[in-house]
Design a protein. Structure first.
Length: 226
């Protein structure tokens, strides 16, 4: 069942206060699940790519280096450079965003991505309820890079999953953006969700008792087989 499947939305602990596993742990979990390839794309940073590349090379699994671009308006898109020049443009884009913001933040707009996005493969990561603003950004990205944009379809394991999947399927057809299956991974195994909860509380400045709906409702965002 895993044949042909690559997990292309993985966040390591370099996605600060979000990812709850080391790159090495993600790689070994991917090997154990029999995945064909993995992509690690941390939030507005390339900091974890060297460790991930080294771990993947040792384990003998194909590795794709990317970045999850979290824009100021809430739009999130994963960028995977297809060649050395595109990798350089992606690095320049991050540098621009870092220079605009205080340390630890990165301020990027869609216009920046459109200007520096040549040579990237993009995976748009929809919110729980895709709205008009998300669709507008998706359409703008598709118009600028017509053959290089995909729309992530991630199961949230909630009561409204079927409705959400139908909504995203309709959006895919309406915008001519193909769907791409991903688990939007934050940790390598279900038990690490406890750590991810703690990281969320640190990020949100609250206790576990106070966190409520700020915590994920389940422990499903781990590495899975196809």
């Amino acid at each position: 069942m895993s044949a042909g499947f690559a997990e292309l939305a993985m966040a390591s602990n370099f996605s600060f206060l979000r990812g709850a596993s080391h790159a090495e742990e993600l790689v070994m979990a991917a090997v154990a699940q029999g995945l064909d390839a993995i992509g690690i794309a941390d939030r507005n940073t390339m900091a974890g790519l060297v460790r991930a590349h080294a771990a993947a090379k040792t384990a003998g699994i194909r590795f794709l280096p990317g970045v999850r671009l979290a824009l100021m308006d809430g739009f999130e898109v994963i960028a995977y450079p297809q060649d050395r020049a595109a990798y350089g443009r992606l690095a320049r884009l991050l540098t621009r965003g870092n220079r605009r913001a205080k340390k630890g933040e990165c301020h990027l707009m869609l216009e920046d991505v459109l200007a520096e996005g040549e040579g990237q493969c993009f995976i748009a990561m929809p919110p729980a309820v895709p709205d008009a603003a998300f669709r507008g950004n998706l359409e703008a990205l598709k118009a600028r890079f017509p053959a290089s944009v995909w729309l992530a379809l991630t199961p949230l394991y909630r009561a409204d999953d079927k409705r959400r999947h139908a909504m995203l399927t309709e959006l895919s057809a309406a915008t001519n953006v193909p769907l791409l299956a991903t688990n939007d991974v934050l940790y390598h195994e279900p038990d690490r969700k406890k750590m991810q909860d703690v990281l969320t509380c640190i990020r949100e400045h609250c206790t576990l008792r106070e966190a409520g709906f700020r915590l994920a409702a389940n422990a499903e965002r781990h590495v899975k087989s196809g």
